[in-house]
Structure formats: structure tokens, C-alpha cells
Write a protein that binds this ligand. Structure first.
Ligand SMILES: Cc1cc2nc3c(=O)[nH]c(=O)nc-3n(C[C@H](O)[C@H](O)[C@H](O)COP(=O)(O)OP(=O)(O)OC[C@H]3O[C@@H](n4cnc5c(N)ncnc54)[C@H](O)[C@@H]3O)c2cc1C
Ligand code: SF4
Length: 367
């Protein structure tokens, strides 16, 4: 049994040009080739050259190496992108920020402009994992983290996300609620998107910068992750060979107020985790809400936003009755079977609390 932690193994891959033999029962003795890309064009060339074998990009390696060890991911080769010049945070014309995809989570959370102007992004990053992990893990890697569905991460269990065409073990087991989706699920997959970072980026209206074999493009963050539909194997809308180069945050109005909340709840043997991010602007004269954005994590295959529910907040006086109707509108259609009712109730209370906190908070985005 290999006892080395994933980031040690990733470091070996970065330095030696292959991932050392992973001594799991199915994978014994194999070296996985790992080619280092010297620049973006080289990364594209390597991805295209390996298209028949399905190479994977290796950034910090904290997630990918673990999935390789568990035989959940089985690429024929790795492309080491860790030395590409994609780390750093820069000001954008107009007042926004560009976060390079290889910026570590720790560097992002402690960056002065992030903690001052996008406090909820720093809160969302710090809500997850331990400090040493955040020093190695990158934004691009976190954005592309796979689901934490236990069947997906158990290579012996049938799973249509891991093996296209296989049945879904979670659905076969009749699971409802818990760590699984209550919204946007399909008859093929009920997994949820796993990251708090995604919830914060959804509510901040971020844009994702991509580079692919056909050149650069950008997409709204809301279009980055997809629902499982009849092909759960794809978590997102990346085309073959595309990688994330940066995440752009638009400038926020100075009176924006925000809150980020992560809650856990248990019913029977199933535990559920919900995160909620809220950004709102208030009219300081009238005390009414000008606009608001709300995203929920842990309920669907992507961070969940409902624009018609957010519209209920525009021009309204903040209050619990209003927050209750907004929460109901966001969670409209949630699966109420079995543990789904408990999970929906947890999400409903979390949305109301996050809205209450954000609207009571001083302006200027102070945490
Ligand atoms: C012990 C341990 C604890 C963990 N705890 C948590 C936790 O509490 N919360 C949490 O959310 N995660 C956790 N993780 C998972 C992991 O640390 C994060 O998902 C991390 O952010 C991944 O970043 P990375 O740079 O290490 O990505 P990698 O492992 O290098 O890559 C992850 C995936 O992203 C893809 N990828 C990486 N960069 C790019 C890019 N620029 N463009 C396109 N695709 C890309 C890779 O191909 C791979 O599929 C944990 C992992 C470990 C080992
Ligand atoms: S819910 Fe999705 S990830 Fe989990 S077993 Fe089913 S198909 Fe796989």
C-alpha cells in the first residue's frame, strides 16, 4: 500500500517526468508518463498528440493523484501544466480581477484585493480543506474537482459518471437527499458539484477564460458546469484539450454586501452539506434591496441559481417573509422523497439565514 500523500506523488511526477508506481492492487508497478508543458502552445500540442489516449492535465495534483491511486481516473498520460505562467492575480480594466488558474487557493484567499473586495470568495476558499492543502491546490484544479459521490470514488461500484453506460449505484440503492442532488438530477446521475469555490464564483458572476486546440475563448461561469442529463460523465462544458487559464471577477458596486454560509445536517445515516453565497446591493436611502444574487451548493450537479427568485428581491424591503418566499422559489421542484425533504428544509433555512446576514451587514462588503 502506498502511503505517500497525493501532493508528494504529484511533486515526484512534476520532477521526474512520470508518476511513480502506484502500488494499489490493480495498478502495481506501472509508471504513468507525465510530460511537462513549457508554454500554453506546448500544452495544446501535447493534448492534441495524446487525444486517442485521453491525457489529463496535472496542476497541484492533490485531487488527481488520489483519483489515480483509487483507479477512478485512468488516463494513459499526464500533461504537467504546473509551470505554465498562469499563477497570479491582476487588476482588470474597469475594476475587476483576473485570477490565474494556477494561483493556489491560499494565495487567492490572502490576496489583499480578494479579501477586501470579494470577501465571500476568501470565505468560501477557507471553508474547505486544511491549510497545507490550500498551499498546493490550484483554482483550476478546484474548479475541475470531481464529485464526492462515494460510488464514483469506489472503482468497484457501477457508476455512469466514471464508466459511461454503467448504471448509477446511488439510484439503484434508492438514495434520496443526503450527499446527493435534490435539484437538476437525471435518471442517470444524482451527484452534486462538490466545491464551495464554485458557489462563490456563481454568485459573483465570474467568467472563465479557456485555451484549447482551436484557440482561446471565454464562457460565463454559469455555463461552465452542466447538469448530468443522459451523459453524466462530463461535469462541465470544456471541449477536448481545453484548459482553464483564468477566472475573471467583474467589478462589484461599492455598496455590495455579501455572506457565505456552510451548514451540515444529518438524518438517519445520511449527512447533508449545503453552502449558500449571497451578494446584494441596498438603497441606503430607503433600506430597500436594489438587486441580489443567491447561489446554493450541495443540491445539484452545478451551483444552483434561479434568476426569477432573485428578481423577487429587487426593490423589496428585506424581511424574513420575503426571504422565505425567495428560498421557496429557489428550491421549487426539489425532490422531497425520503431524505430529500430533510435536505431541502436544510437548504431553505440556510438561504434565509444567508440573506438575513447579508442584508444586516454593513455596506462595503465587510465580512
Ligand atoms: C487529503 C485531501 C483533502 C482534500 N480536501 C478537500 C476539501 O476539503 N475540499 C475540496 O473541495 N477539495 C478537497 N480535496 C480535493 C483537492 O485538493 C481540490 O480539488 C484541489 O483544489 C485540486 O487542485 P489541484 O491543483 O491539486 O488539482 P489537480 O489534482 O492537479 O487536478 C484536479 C482536476 O482538475 C483538472 N485541472 C487542473 N487544472 C486545470 C486547468 N487549469 N484546466 C482544466 N483542468 C484542470 C485536472 O486534470 C484534474 O482532473 C482534497 C484532496 C486531498 C488529497
Ligand atoms: S450519482 Fe452519479 S457519480 Fe454517483 S454513482 Fe450515480 S452516476 Fe455515479
Amino acid at each position: 500500500m502506498n502511503t505517500r500523500v497525493p501532493h508528494d506523488l504529484a511533486e515526484a511526477a512534476h520532477q521526474q517526468g512520470f508518476l511513480p508506481p502506484l502500488l494499489t492492487p490493480d495498478f502495481s508497478g506501472q509508471r504513468l508518463p507525465c510530460q511537462r508543458a513549457v508554454d500554453l502552445a506546448d500544452a495544446m500540442r501535447l493534448a492534441w498528440a495524446g487525444r486517442d489516449r485521453g491525457p489529463k492535465f496535472l496542476a497541484g495534483g492533490t485531487e488527481l493523484v488520489e483519483l489515480l491511486q483509487q483507479r477512478v481516473e485512468r488516463p494513459a498520460a499526464l500533461i504537467d501544466i504546473s509551470r505554465l505562467p498562469l499563477a497570479g492575480i491582476d487588476a482588470l480594466p474597469g475594476g475587476g480581477l483576473r485570477l490565474g488558474a494556477l494561483t493556489t487557493l491560499a494565495d487567492t484567499a490572502r490576496h489583499a484585493a480578494v479579501s477586501r473586495r470579494y470577501a465571500l470568495l476568501a470565505q468560501a476558499i477557507l471553508a474547505d480543506g486544511d491549510a497545507s492543502l490550500r498551499e498546493a491546490a490550484t483554482l483550476g484544479g478546484r474548479l475541475n474537482q470531481r464529485t464526492r459521490c462515494g460510488f464514483f470514488r469506489d472503482a468497484s461500484a457501477p457508476c455512469g459518471k466514471r464508466e459511461p453506460g454503467s448504471v448509477c449505484s446511488a439510484l439503484e440503492a434508492g438514495i434520496t437527499g443526503g450527499e446527493h442532488a435534490v435539484l437538476g438530477a437525471s435518471e442517470h446521475c444524482i451527484a452534486v458539484h462538490p466545491t464551495e469555490l464554485g458557489v462563490a464564483l456563481a454568485v459573483l458572476d465570474a467568467t472563465v477564460q479557456l485555451m484549447g486546440p482551436n484557440g482561446p475563448r471565454e464562457i460565463a461561469f454559469s455555463d461552465y458546469h452542466r447538469l448530468p442529463g443522459d451523459y453524466p460523465a462530463h461535469d462541465n462544458t470544456l471541449a477536448f484539450g481545453e484548459l482553464v487559464t483564468a477566472i475573471d471577477l467583474p467589478a462589484e458596486a461599492p455598496v455590495m454586501q455579501s455572506s457565505f454560509l456552510k451548514v451540515h445536517g444529518c438524518e438517519d445515516e445520511e449527512s447533508a452539506t449545503i453552502s449558500v453565497a449571497v451578494v446584494l446591493a441596498m438603497d441606503v436611502e430607503t433600506g430597500c434591496l436594489d438587486s441580489a444574487r443567491v447561489a446554493i451548493g450541495g443540491v445539484a450537479h452545478r451551483p444552483w441559481r434561479v434568476h426569477s427568485a432573485e428578481a423577487l428581491l429587487a426593490g423589496a424591503q428585506p424581511g424574513l417573509a420575503l426571504f422565505e418566499s425567495v428560498a421557496d422559489a429557489i428550491l421549487d421542484g426539489a425532490d422531497q422523497r425520503g431524505g430529500g425533504a430533510f435536505k431541502t428544509g436544510l437548504a431553505r433555512r440556510a438561504v434565509m439565514q444567508a440573506l438575513d446576514e447579508a442584508s444586516c451587514r454593513d455596506a462595503l462588503n465587510r465580512p
